[in-house]
Design a protein around this ligand. Structure first.
Ligand SMILES: Nc1nc2c(ncn2[C@@H]2O[C@H](COP(=O)(O)OP(=O)(O)OP(=O)(O)O)[C@@H](O)[C@H]2O)c(=O)[nH]1
Ligand SMILES: [Mg+2]
Length: 614
């Protein structure tokens, strides 16, 4: 007996922590086996950031039933991961934080799951929090279900009150849980057994792709019908409309390896049947959304629909003066191949050629979605430049220009509300709702053009002194909101190549916040800091103190410098303007002007002013 379940929620509501406890309590670890916390967040970027980026499979056994579990990411930018894996499960566990309640991403993943007809189980999680209000959140979740047109069956979802961290669940708040047994029981009772006839023809949809240097491409998905054995000849059908497929387009091959999931391991098996989730190798043209079928019954399943990207950036070969110093892969060919390879498993991503072979436009679901790709590539040894993100516009029914709008949800202490509203106004926000649930916190939700959010996060953190929480996710396309104000302050631009000198920074820092520190190398056109006023300034950050006869090196060393602002990739993406680029290498993130020579920049600025005036 099998149950296939995906765990879905807003970011940080406790999915991966719950999977830890499910593995533990179902006996997936050896006694006294040392297992790190949130063990499913296995890739280095996930561990560093404490978030899940890729959906992952695991399985446990409970009273003779195998439960395949898919842990999914909760950050809105990785919604594409959730969309594609929902097709391999028969039920979902929706986790909702007992204090935060349903959040924008809760709504998104719940809508997707309900639309696919999946039966939900709801876990109001983190009931151990001091500010938990499980009953209020219970009502809010029911409200959400009704809003999303849940069917009668779906509205009948069982509710549990859980603490992922403590590993407890209960159906009744008056009798606190002691373990996850009530959750396991709910899964066996409420997640339907997978349909599909094990005696019918073999059929499976590829929901996830994996690679191994030894086996090549590996397909992961749920067997929809029939049975598959190692050594079987089966067909892999091309992408397209559901239904019977013409003979010629089909890859026929033998299954070389077959695995099922068991705890943290994949177990090699000889055969598997309808309902189970398997990993399978032996085919070169494996792609997400393709169907495997029996050779004599090439019937294609409906593919995987994933929502469209909303923002784009250009990936450009590094053409700065320091190009090639720090990266292993720097050519346009290497960049191109790597980007196209990413498409194979990153289903919500798009890559397009441009007029220049050195530039590719890459589109995704948000800055983090694109930022993680950049971060992964630089760790692999790639070096490149990226442009400022821009939103993807569309044409409306009457040919008018539309742009993406996001839902922005903000929780702030009451005293910072004014500051927040003041900054949001000029960004063309529209308030949807405001609630004051007490305890001094206010929750506001807004509709805002996605463009209006660029660069907002750092303002928000400053204005709320780090006490505010903000989340946003794509809502819909709406009318173009017109021009929005850009960055208010200018930047300091290095006017020559050289090493940064403390003395020079000492003179500049009163009017600026530096991004570089003594000893850093700069080049003409590279951005070295932020000015406290509007308008860019060309400065010499390599200037030594004038040598006098009585040189006192001591005084030079005595310059007290403010620490430079740390420029992370995501910060840089929010920060730069259209005439600037980010240089990304395995070792460094640099900001630069597109046009490097100061003279050329001045000429361009003059020309622009003349054009504006005429
Ligand atoms: N108080 C409390 N904290 C919890 C509980 N469950 C998880 N947390 C904490 O919440 C944070 C996020 O937990 P994760 O399990 O990574 O959340 P997630 O839903 O997997 O997050 P994403 O995968 O990034 O969407 C961690 O700091 C956990 O320790 C809980 O039941 N109670
Ligand atoms: Mg997680």
């Amino acid at each position: 007996m099998i149950r296939n379940l995906a765990i879905i929620a807003h970011v940080d509501h406790g999915k991966t922590t719950l999977v830890d406890q499910m593995l533990r309590q179902a006996g997936a670890f050896r006694a006294n086996q040392q297992v790190e916390e949130r063990v499913m967040d296995s890739n280095p970027l996930e561990r560093e950031r404490g978030i899940t980026i890729l959906a992952k499979n695991t399985a446990v056994r409970w009273q003779g039933t195998k439960i395949n579990i898919v842990d999914t990411p909760g950050h809105a930018d990785f919604g594409g991961e959730v969309e594609r894996i929902l097709r391999m499960v028969d039920g979902v566990l929706i986790l909702v934080d007992a204090a935060e309640g349903p959040m924008p991403q809760t709504r998104f993943v719940t809508r997707k799951a309900l639309a696919l007809g999946l039966r939900p189980i709801v876990a109001i999680n983190k009931i151990d929090r001091a500010d938990a209000e499980p009953l209020r959140v219970h009502d809010e979740v029911l409200g959400l279900f009704i809003d999303l047109d849940a069917t009668h069956d779906q509205l009948d979802a069982p509710f549990l009150y859980t603490s992922s961290r403590a590993g407890t669940a209960t159906t009744d708040l008056d009798s606190p849980g002691t373990n996850l047994e009530p959750l396991f029981r709910a899964i066996l009772e409420h997640v339907p057994e997978p349909k599909g006839d094990p005696e019918g023809p073999f059929q499976m949809l590829v929901s996830t792709l994996d690679f191994s240097s030894f086996l090549g491409r590996i397909a992961i998905g749920r067997i929809e019908g029939g049975r598959v054995r190692v050594g079987d000849q089966v067909a892999l059908l091309p992408l397209g409309e559901p239904g019977l497929v013409e003979e010629e387009e089909v890859e026929r091959n033998r299954v070389t390896r077959l695995y099922t999931f068991d705890g943290l391991n994949r177990v090699e098996v000889e055969s598997a049947a309808a309902g189970d989730i398997v990993a399978l190798s032996g085919f070169e043209t494996i792609e997400i959304g393709k169907t495997f079928s029996a050779v004599d019954s090439p019937e294609r399943l409906a593919g995987i629909a994933v929502e469209e990207p909303t923002i784009s950036v250009d990936f450009i070969v590094n053409n700065g003066p320091f190009a090639g110093r720090e990266g292993k892969y720097v050519t346009s060919r290497q960049l191109r191949d790597r980007l196209y390879r990413e498409l194979e498993r990153n289903v919500a991503l798009r890559v397009e050629e441009t007029d220049s072979p050195d530039t590719h436009t890459v589109s995704g679901r948000g800055e983090l979605h694109l930022g993680i790709l950049m971060e992964t590539m630089r760790r692999e040894g790639f070096e490149f430049q990226v442009s400022r993100p821009r939103v993807i516009t569309k044409l409306g029914p009457d040919g008018e220009r539309l742009e993406p709008y996001e839902e922005l949800m903000i929780d702030v202490p009451e005293e910072h509300m004014g500051a927040v509203m003041e900054k949001l106004g000029p960004r063309r926000t529209e308030m949807i709702e405001m609630r004051n649930p007490g305890q001094g916190m206010v929750r506001m939700s807004f509709r805002i053009p996605a463009r209006g959010l660029f660069g907002y996060r750092s303002d928000f953190l400053t204005d709320t002194r780090g006490t505010g929480i903000m989340h946003h996710r794509f809502l819909d396309y709406g009318p173009w909101a017109g021009p929005l104000a850009g960055r208010k302050r200018g930047v300091l631009v290095a006017d020559r190549e050289g090493a940064v000198v403390a003395f020079a920074l000492g003179n500049l820092q009163e009017r600026a916040q530096m991004f570089v520190k003594p000893g850093d190398l700069v080049y003409e056109g590279m951005i070295a800091g932020e000015s406290s006023r509007p308008g860019d300034l060309d400065v010499n950050v390599t200037k030594e103190k004038k040598l006098t006869n009585m040189r006192t090196t001591a005084s030079d060393e005595n310059v007290i410098l403010e620490p430079p602002r740390e420029i992370t990739l995501e910060y840089a993406l929010e920060y730069i303007e259209e005439d600037e680029l980010i240089e990304v290498t395995p070792k460094t993130i640099r900001l630069r002007k597109r046009v490097l020579p100061a003279n050329d920049r001045r000429k361009a600025a003059r020309a622009a002013r003349v054009a504006d005036a005429s």
